[in-house]
Structures are given as structure tokens and as C-alpha cells.
Design a protein around this ligand. Structure first.
Ligand SMILES: CC(C)(COP(=O)(O)OP(=O)(O)OC[C@H]1O[C@@H](n2cnc3c(N)ncnc32)[C@H](O)[C@@H]1OP(=O)(O)O)[C@@H](O)C(=O)NCCC(=O)NCCS
Length: 167
């Protein structure tokens, strides 16, 4: 198995795999069925969506795991600057491994290589967005030395809601 930079030609395979992982997650937490979700909303989900994919490929920090010409796993990452007072922060946006190939070390190797690359490009820290109830992901991050606590990030969607003004 080879861990290599993500390329534009991987788009279809990576898109399918990321959507499979997102669907898996949503079906665990949502009541309505995946098929009922609006098509345009689904199209914009994930780092492999048409508006994000090239950005991640061009950044050079996103990787795929490939074997026999098949993409078995992916990680989307980019460098952020001046976040939490860190000049260069590697931001891990999303990652996934095909369900059939899980627990064979692919996720670990993908993230490990991504961290090495981030370090080579000057990152002083890595931030990875994980759901606290995602045990496999949590355990993998801990195995790689990530520190986790009860910290949460507050999100305000500026396209969905009007920002409240002064009372
Ligand atoms: C999270 C995910 C990427 C892990 O990838 P993976 O290739 O299966 O993980 P690895 O085989 O490299 O496992 C590395 C370590 O993670 C932990 N781990 C992985 N899966 C686990 C599980 N099901 N239960 C407990 N620990 C697990 C273990 O510590 C494991 O080391 P070990 O096998 O020596 O015990 C994969 O489960 C996945 O794609 N999940 C769905 C998408 C997702 O949740 N993405 C993460 C978003 S942040």
C-alpha cells in the first residue's frame, strides 16, 4: 500500500469514499433518511465537494492510501496561520478509510504521514476535528499522541442565520 499526495484524478474515488463515511456518520445520528436530504445540500458536503477539492489538492498536505490502483483511504489537511497563537497550524479537516479495510493500520499511516509533511512545512501543532463519540477516531488520534479534552468549538453558520445585533 502506498501513501501519496491526493491528485485531481482521484476526485471521483475520494468523493465516493468521503460521502460513504459521511453517510455512515449521519445515519447514526439522524432520524430522516439520507435519500430525503436535499441534493444541493449533499453536493456541498465534505472537503471533496467541487468548491473545496482543488484547494486541498493544491495545498499538498492531503493524501490518499492506494493499493492496486484503488483508493482505500484519504486525509484532507491544510495549513492555517495564527490560530490559537500558533503561526503555522496543520488543520486536519476530514479523513476516512473504506469500511472493508479498517483496522489494518491505514488511518494511522495516513495521519502519521500527514503530520510528518506538516512538520516539514513548518507546522508547530496539529488540530484535528473529531466527534467526541467517534471512538475509532479518538483512539487513533490518542495512539498518535494527540491530546484530547472536553474542548468544543462553537460554530455560527453565517449563511443560515442572521447574526444577533445588540439587545
Ligand atoms: C477513524 C478511521 C479513519 C480509523 O482508520 P483505520 O484505518 O480503521 O484505523 P487504524 O487501523 O489505523 O487504527 C489505528 C488505531 O486506532 C484505534 N482504532 C481504530 N479503530 C478502532 C476501533 N474500531 N475501536 C477502537 N480503537 C480503534 C486503535 O488504537 C488502532 O490501533 P490498533 O489497531 O493497533 O489497536 C476509520 O475508522 C474511519 O474511516 N471511520 C469512519 C470515518 C471517520 O470517522 N473519520 C474520522 C473523522 S475525524
Amino acid at each position: 500500500m502506498e501513501i501519496r499526495p491526493m491528485r485531481m484524478k482521484d476526485l471521483v474515488e475520494v468523493r465516493d469514499l468521503e460521502m460513504l463515511c459521511i453517510r455512515e456518520y449521519f445515519e447514526n445520528i439522524m432520524e430522516n433518511s439520507w435519500e430525503e436530504l436535499p441534493k444541493d445540500w449533499l453536493e456541498n458536503l465534505g472537503a471533496s465537494s467541487s468548491r473545496s477539492y482543488r484547494h486541498y489538492v493544491d495545498g499538498g498536505l492531503s493524501l490518499v492510501a492506494e493499493e492496486d490502483g484503488m483508493v482505500l483511504g484519504f486525509v484532507f489537511a491544510q495549513m492555517l496561520h495564527h490560530v490559537y497563537n500558533v503561526e503555522n497550524m496543520l488543520w486536519v479537516e476530514n479523513m476516512g478509510v473504506h469500511p472493508y479495510y479498517r483496522r489494518t493500520g491505514i488511518g494511522y499511516r495516513l495521519l502519521q504521514r500527514c503530520i510528518e509533511l506538516g512538520r516539514e512545512k513548518g507546522a508547530a501543532a496539529v488540530h484535528s476535528a473529531i466527534q467526541p463519540d467517534n471512538l475509532p477516531s479518538l483512539m487513533m488520534h490518542r495512539k498518535l499522541g494527540f491530546f484530547t479534552d472536553s474542548r468544543e468549538v462553537a460554530l455560527l453558520d453565517l449563511q443560515e442565520k442572521k447574526v444577533s445585533g445588540p439587545k
